[in-house]
Design a protein around this ligand. Structure first.
Ligand code: PDD
Length: 288
């Protein structure tokens, strides 16, 4: 028994569909030994994967960054996702995909000759944020970003993110805002958005943040709603004085942050720019 995971859940591991409690990975898997692997989290609404092409594009980029061989072509990934969804029979859920460099004698360099990557997929039950969460908004705290300098790779080496998120839990808030050298980077597992003077602002896409699949989407939604959008470095005092803050991720969608470090953000309530972007996000889901 794995606490919190129904035993009958079907997962995919290296060519087989198995019960989750039967799926086993070698102790010498480089994902286990070194965190040497990548992953994706794809939200699914009523059986339809949202922005799947963009998620698979990012999976390709992450594999290329780690020089791990691509285990499937595009149609192979789509087929795997479809089979996982068919077997799990969950309508609204999360598809998790993970590829590690594979199993080899413990040694830091890449195994030579290369070994087969370990490929894992699972579907998890998921409930999108509730109406109450949307209406109440979230709380966050500011912390220094202590992670490495390749945050653009969606790597399973998530210790920095795990420790950051635990700081939020310990402070009884929902998320952290990380700052590197005094400039906003991102949340522990979310991208962060700032509204100032009617403009939507976000840190630039570079090695200091993960380019969320919702990063591009928020830009599109802002354009549709006539909200000017600018990606630039955001100093901590500008973030503290923001009219609105929000976060985005596959699992949190887009949610307002109404308190930062115990002080209200703007009016202390979800703001008008959030409401417009939220409506746009809902419309995209409804159109799936
Ligand atoms: N996290 N930044 C980080 C560090 C993240 O881990 C995530 C997503 C995002 C947002 O990316 P997207 O819009 O593609 O979900 C930004 C996922 C949900 C996770 O690790 O569970």
């Amino acid at each position: 028994m794995i606490p919190g995971v129904p035993g009958e859940s079907q997962v995919y591991l290296n060519g087989e569909f198995l019960r989750v409690d039967e799926a086993k990975v070698s102790v010498l898997d480089r994902g286990f030994i070194f965190g040497d692997g990548i992953y994706e989290v794809v939200p699914v609404y009523q059986g339809n994967a949202f922005r799947m092409a963009e998620h698979l594009d990012r999976l390709d980029r992450s594999l290329a960054a780690l020089r791990i061989a691509q285990p499937f072509d595009r149609s192979g990934w789509i087929d795997l996702i479809r089979q996982l969804l068919d077997r799990t029979r969950l309508d609204t859920c999360i598809v998790y995909l993970q590829v590690t460099r594979g199993v080899a004698k413990r040694d830091h360099p890449f195994p030579s000759p290369a070994v087969s990557p370990t490929v894992f997929g699972m579907v998890s039950a998921w409930t999108p944020p509730s109406a109450a969460q949307r209406a109440q908004g979230l709380g966050a705290i500011s912390i220094p970003d202590e992670r490495w300098l390749h945050c653009e790779i969606k790597s399973v080496s998530l210790l920095g993110n795990v420790l950051a998120k635990q700081q939020a839990v310990d402070a009884h808030v929902d998320e952290v805002l990380q700052f590197r050298d005094g400039f906003l980077t991102e949340g522990s597992s979310t991208n962060i958005w700032v509204v100032s003077g009617g403009k939507l602002l976000a840190p630039p896409k570079n090695n200091l943040i993960l380019e969320g699949i919702r990063y591009g989407l928020m830009g599109e939604l802002a354009a549709e709603a006539g909200i000017p959008f600018e990606a630039r470095r955001l100093a901590q005092d500008e973030v503290i004085r923001a009219d609105e803050l929000m976060l985005s991720s596959a699992t949190k969608e887009v949610l307002p942050i109404v308190a930062l470090d115990g002080r209200p953000v703007g009016s202390g309530k979800p703001g008008p720019v959030y409401e417009l972007l939220r409506a746009g996000y809902d419309a995209r889901i409804a159109a799936l």
